[in-house]
Design a protein around this ligand. Structure first.
Ligand code: RIB
Ligand code: CA
Length: 329
């Protein structure tokens, strides 16, 4: 049997982060080497505790370690709370029991670096929160960008409005300096942004399928109800976007999105534009910025950027996949 490729999931659980973990396990496609937490939806200590609790609630193999992320963003401001969408402690109304695993001293960034050496050229890194840990890894060892096979992250807004401000998506806004470190590093990135994730919504009929699927998706269904209510309260209608699970899906199959090659530069100059991801299609800089050598050099650092949905329906795949990895209920 062909060994499953190694992956690390770096997350700020967070409801959709939790769903992304269960979806990853349900695909059966990956050898999860570590679950690394990062601050974002909640402060780093809380997302770390949530990550530990989720490994127990979702029956993650005991040999999959959970690591704690940086206590604050590279950017000067502390992580803000997204409790309005994710619940007081970040997992809806749940109070989940802690994992029985020992607390490990290695930081999330150090684990990313170690695994990139152990699995050089093979490791996929998927990030569903702010890019603080990935940036710290790159600042400590720029060779991380070369050793990683693929880096897929949920974040950004290329050609659509933001969700935390009119121009910025939350993960990038929460640590714009980290995002710019990552996106200028040469790491082989795929940006799974709002341009794509806002096309994959989970609605009441999908929720009913998951609720009927038994106790294994009971936690996911409870979390989704909280998430959907939050979106309803904030004018998002009767459905919630599958932001983070989509990024995991794209790690294995880019047909969920329509992507283009280009540079992404992160604005951080002012509160107005903080976290805006400026997408410049490959080659366009020679037309628009030819008289700016510094900017042209930056714009030559490119990756794959989602500009919309692809040919495969991710919501349908998500609803079908989740029950394949039943949680404890
Ligand atoms: O903008 C969506 C992102 O922000 C998701 O990762 C969600 O979990 C929040 O962190
Ligand atoms: Ca997230």
């Amino acid at each position: 049997m062909t060994p499953r490729p190694p992956i690390v999931l770096d997350s700020d659980p967070g409801i959709d982060d939790a769903l992304a973990l269960q979806y990853l396990l349900g695909t059966g496609l990956w050898d999860l080497k570590a679950y690394t937490s990062v601050g974002g939806n909640l402060p780093a200590e809380q997302t770390y505790l949530n990550a530990r609790a989720l490994t127990r609630a979702l029956r993650v193999d005991a040999d999959v370690p959970v690591h704690r992320g940086a206590g604050r963003p590279l950017t000067r401001l502390p992580y803000t709370s997204a409790s309005a969408f994710h619940g007081r402690a970040g997992l809806g109304n749940e109070t989940l029991p802690d994992s029985t695993a020992a607390h490990l001293p290695e930081s999330s960034a150090r684990v990313l670096l170690r695994l990139s050496r152990e699995y050089e050229g093979e490791l996929t890194v998927c990030a569903t929160g702010p890019l603080t840990n990935v940036a710290i890894a790159l600042l400590e060892d720029p060779g991380f960008a070369r050793r990683v096979r693929k880096f897929v992250f949920m974040g950004g807004a290329a050609q659509v409005p933001g969700n935390i401000t009119p121009v910025a998506e939350f993960n990038i806004w929460a640590d714009p300096d980290a995002a710019e470190v990552v996106l200028s590093s040469g790491i082989p990135f795929t940006m799974v942004d709002l341009d794509a994730s806002h096309h994959f919504l989970l609605g009441p009929a999908d929720l009913a399928v998951l609720e009927a699927a038994g106790t294994g998706t009971a936690l996911a269904a409870r979390l989704l109800r909280v998430y959907m209510d939050a979106y309803r309260r904030h004018g998002g209608g009767d459905a919630c976007p599958l932001h983070d699970p989509l990024a995991v899906g794209v790690c294995a199959d880019e047909s969920f999105i329509t992507a283009a090659e280009g540079a992404v530069v992160v604005e951080g100059a002012s509160e107005l534009t903080r976290g805006k991801t400026v997408f410049v299609p490959s080659g366009a800089h020679r037309v628009y910025y030819a008289d700016s050598p510094t900017l042209s050099a930056r714009l030559a650092v490119t990756g794959r950027v989602a500009l919309g949905p692809g040919t495969r329906d991710f919501t349908r795949d998500f609803v079908a996949t989740l029950p394949r990895w039943p949680g404890v209920g």
